[in-house]
Design a protein around this ligand. Structure first.
Ligand SMILES: Cc1ncc(COP(=O)(O)OP(=O)(O)O)c(N)n1
Ligand SMILES: Cc1nc(C(=O)O)sc1CCOP(=O)(O)O
Ligand SMILES: [Mg+2]
Length: 213
């Protein structure tokens, strides 16, 4: 693992129209978010790079980890701490070669895929959808806690549970073996993203993930 203490909360940016991404990132960091994932699905590459650089800068100031979703080139260009890759992105094995000293995360939906990604060099896995989500379309049926647990038991890298994760669901995913959670809506849709972030961190600590671990 390339992060000595694995960040238990990954706050993923929400770039749907009308969202103020940097305001939400700033609020989440002010509440102690240990990791921001820059996920941008819209706009020009130049604007995506500008955003990624701005998030990296804020994360550095807050001693938080910054991971860029989907794009190895943007992660390198922004000097991010890592990259997160799914089935439609460049392979984890390629990222591992290109970003040797940075974090590489992969999305896994079952134990076989999880083992493959770890063999390719993934440092951590995002596993989902654990629950239904309204934030992303086109996902397979939720894995539930049973599916999450099966993936956790198949690998020895930290697993981050994703999709539909709320404060009320933190304890059960940690009990299933997740080392952390990744959220969009629980922070981005909150009236007060800083308070929402603090509540998620409190729930993670209560569940036994101190600074996560
Ligand atoms: C922590 C984490 N887990 C899973 C995902 C999903 O990544 P991916 O499968 O590449 O889907 P998109 O995010 O690109 O829509 C993630 N981003 N983060
Ligand atoms: C980006 C993403 N990937 C998922 C997957 O299961 O691969 S679920 C998801 C969105 C998660 O948003 P929310 O916390 O609002 O449910
Ligand atoms: Mg992706």
């Amino acid at each position: 693992m390339r992060v000595p203490s694995f960040p238990p909360l990954h706050v993923i940016t929400d770039d749907r129209p009308g969202r103020d991404v940097l305001a939400t990132v700033t609020a989440a960091l002010s509440a102690g978010a240990p990791c921001i994932q820059v996920r941008t699905k819209h706009g020009r590459d130049r604007d995506r790079l500008t955003l990624a650089r701005a998030v990296v800068e804020r994360c550095r100031e807050a001693s938080a980890t910054c991971i860029v979703n989907d794009r190895i080139d943007l992660a390198l260009a922004a000097d991010a701490d890592g990259v997160h890759l799914g089935a439609d992105d460049l392979p984890v094995a390629v990222a591992r070669r290109l970003v040797a000293t940075r974090l590489v995360g992969g999305t896994a939906r079952d134990p076989a895929q999880a083992r493959r990604l770890v063999a390719e060099g993934a440092d951590y896995l995002g596993v989902g959808p654990v629950h239904a989500t309204t934030t992303k379309d086109g996902l397979p049926a939720p894995l539930g806690l049973t599916g999450l647990r099966q993936v956790v038991q198949a690998v020895d890298v930290p697993v981050v549970a994703i999709a539909g994760i709320t404060v009320a669901r933190v304890a059960e995913v940690v009990e299933a073996g997740a080392r952390g959670i990744a959220v969009i809506g629980a922070v981005a849709d909150a009236d007060d993203p800083a308070t929402a972030t603090a509540a998620l961190l409190d729930a993670l600590a209560d569940a036994g993930t101190a600074d996560g671990a």
